[in-house]
Design a protein around this ligand. Structure first.
Ligand code: PPY
Length: 294
């Protein structure tokens, strides 16, 4: 039986680009939001979910990180980094309308944030309003030719919803990439037969004991003296009170039998709670097919 892959839908999202980079002929199912796709893996309704974790311009996708920290029954099994190009698009009936006359520009909050300077400098009077995804914004614009609206989305969404790109590459910084992770119910790493492996990461969460001075320093030294390279450390509120945090940590190395388990044992002996979210290969999507013929 074919496997099912869940993603933030509808068709034409950046998450769908990540899905297509990692998977082939499997069944693909779009969800209205990221938590729904993570729940679907946890319930066994689908086999894998692909979710955005962080972006070079806008940083962490908090909803994904918070959900991953709480979702104890899913593991990260793979990662793909995708180049992101944001374009402004309108219904073809409105392609000659001056952009200053737009009432609303719709998109996903992360996409709006990635184009913040463009919107503020070039279209300061136009309202930016969030939608559940960039493709949902494109779909709305396609269904409302009578409204003075535009969407920020990718070239596939423009194609899928028959929209005209009126301004391309409106993201504020050229180096715009998003890191997507693949979630699964068990921790078997998922390798790609299409992309070249760039390396391996192990992701963990750590919560500190409440009243131990220097605990974070000691946690970091457990990695430092073992020469374990960290590529991300981010704190997120535990939601139990001000000052209580989880730390999400990426170690730039595959889980081994000695170094990482011993670092975890050292942190636990300090009174920390540690859980391993996954040890997985990561890939870079070349952006093939992302060039625009406009
Ligand atoms: O809305 C989308 O297309 C998504 O997949 C979420 C997202 C938004 C902006 C950059 C990367 C991912």
């Amino acid at each position: 039986m074919s496997e099912t892959i869940g993603y933030l839908g509808p068709k034409g999202t950046f998450t769908k680009i990540a899905v297509d980079a990692m998977f082939n002929g499997e069944v693909k199912k779009g969800y209205k939001n990221i938590p729904e796709s993570i729940d679907a893996v946890q319930n066994g309704e689908i086999d894998y979910a692909v979710v955005p974790l962080e972006n070079t311009i806008e940083g962490t996708v908090n909803v994904t990180l918070d959900y991953l920290i709480q979702a104890d029954r899913v593991k990260i099994v793979s990662e793909v980094i995708v180049p992101i190009r944001q374009h402004l698009m309108v219904h073809s009936n409105n392609k000659t309308q001056p952009l200053e006359e737009l009432d609303v520009i719709y998109s996903h909050p992360h996409a709006i944030a990635q184009c913040h300077a463009f919107l503020r400098k070039q279209l300061p009077a136009v309202k930016a309003q969030t939608m559940t995804s960039t493709a949902a914004a494109a779909e709305y614009v396609s269904n409302h030719p009578e409204e003075k609206v535009a969407a920020i989305a990718n070239h596939l969404a423009a194609k899928e919803y028959n929209l005209d790109i009126v301004k391309k590459d409106i993201h504020d910084f050229d180096n715009n990439h998003t890191r997507f992770v693949v979630l699964h119910k068990d921790d078997t790493a998922l390798t790609s037969n299409k992309l070249e492996e760039k390396g391996y990461k192990t992701s963990i969460t750590v919560s500190l004991p409440s009243d131990r001075p220097g605990a974070l320093h000691q946690v970091l030294s457990a990695f430092a003296w073992r020469n374990l390279n960290l590529s991300k450390i981010e704190s997120r509120p535990m939601k139990t009170g001000l000052g209580n945090y989880y730390f999400f940590i990426d170690i730039e190395q595959k889980m081994d039998d000695v170094l990482i388990p011993n670092a975890i044992a050292e942190m636990e002996s300090l009174g920390c709670s540690v859980s391993v979210l996954g040890s997985y290969p990561y890939y870079l999507h070349s952006g093939n097919g992302v060039t625009l013929a406009v």
